[in-house]
Structure formats: C-alpha cells, structure tokens
Design a protein around this ligand. Structure first.
Ligand code: HEC
Length: 141
C-alpha cells in the first residue's frame, strides 16, 4: 500500500467513526445502543444507523398525522442548529447536539417525545431504526 492510499484509508476510517459519534457523549451512545439492539431484533438486515435517512425523516412532509403538523420542521424549524417554536409559540432549543449538548441523553425523555411527535406528524410511532437515524443525524449537526 502506498503512503497516500494508507492515508486515504485511515482518513476514511476516521470519518466513519466521526460520523457515528461526532458530538455524542456516553449518554447519547447508550441511547443509540439501546435503539440499535431493538433495530437488530426487528430486522436481521440491520446495518447501522444513517444520518442521511435521519435527515430525510426530519425534513420530509409526512401524511397520516395531524394536518397542522406535517413535518418535524413544523416545530423544530428547518435549521437544526437554530431554535424552533411550538404551535403555541414557546421556544424549543436547537435539536443539533452541537448547540444543545444535553439532547438525547435521557432515554425516558427521548422516548416520550418520539412517541408524541411521531404520532402527531406521521400518525404512528417511529421505529427503533428511525429513532437511531434521527439521533445520528442530529449528533452530526
Ligand atoms: C408540535 C410540535 C412538534 C413537532 C411537530 C415535533 N416536535 Fe419534537 N419536540 C417538541 C417539543 C415541544 C419537545 C420538547 C422540548 C424540548 O426538548 O426542547 C420536543 C422534543 C423532541 C425530542 C426529545 C429530544 C431530547 O432532548 O432528548 C425528540 C427526539 C423529538 N422531539 C423528535 C421529533 C421528531 C422525530 C419529529 C418529527 C417526526 C418531531 N420531534 C416533531 C415539539 C415538536
């Protein structure tokens, strides 16, 4: 292997690790591991979480939920590094882990809000895969 290709491989490896864990501390990693275990149980083809899928989940216009909240962005805004607003106008701190480091660290809180928000937006609960994808996306913002 040449020096350059060795360096390229090492960089790619580092980037892959960085993508998984970017801003995530031990508490967020534990939450992600919890969802990974559930996702593996639900699907033997589970190959890890995807920030790209999480991004789509966040930005997509969904149907099946309440007409006044078709998207996560309805409340969380279109820039995860900025504050959002509830329907009643109350500020919601940024979802990006880089801006709000305590995000996704408390499984009880995480589950409570996924349950409520996924039902509101999609008319169903999010799957463990969707939850892990979403957190992975936000951990890289
Ligand atoms: C009706 C407004 C609204 C919509 C729509 C909404 N959220 Fe939220 N979300 C909130 C509020 C309010 C909180 C709690 C306040 C906070 O954590 O700052 C919250 C918190 C969360 C949390 C907890 C984060 C943490 O700190 O652990 C997650 C996860 C979450 N939302 C995911 C989603 C997802 C995924 C969608 C889209 C499917 C979505 N939300 C759509 C209002 C909304």
């Amino acid at each position: 292997m040449t020096k350059t290709s060795l360096l390229t491989t090492a960089t790619a490896l580092l980037m892959a690790i960085a993508l998984d864990t970017a801003q995530a501390g031990p508490a967020q990693k534990a939450v992600l591991e919890h969802f990974a275990a559930l996702a593996k149980n639900a699907d033997t083809g589970f190959q890890g979480f995807s920030a790209e899928r999480g991004k789509k989940l966040f930005f997509d216009q969904h149907s099946g939920g309440k007409p006044e909240t078709p998207s996560c962005t309805t409340c969380h805004g279109t820039d995860p590094t900025k504050s959002g607003r509830t329907r009643a106008g109350k500020e919601i701190k940024p979802m990006a882990l880089s801006r709000t480091p305590e995000r996704f660290s408390d499984l009880k809180k995480v589950e409570k809000w996924f349950r409520r928000n996924c039902r509101n937006v999609m008319g169903r609960e999010c799957t463990p895969l969707e939850k892990g994808d979403f957190i992975t996306f936000m951990a890289n913002q």
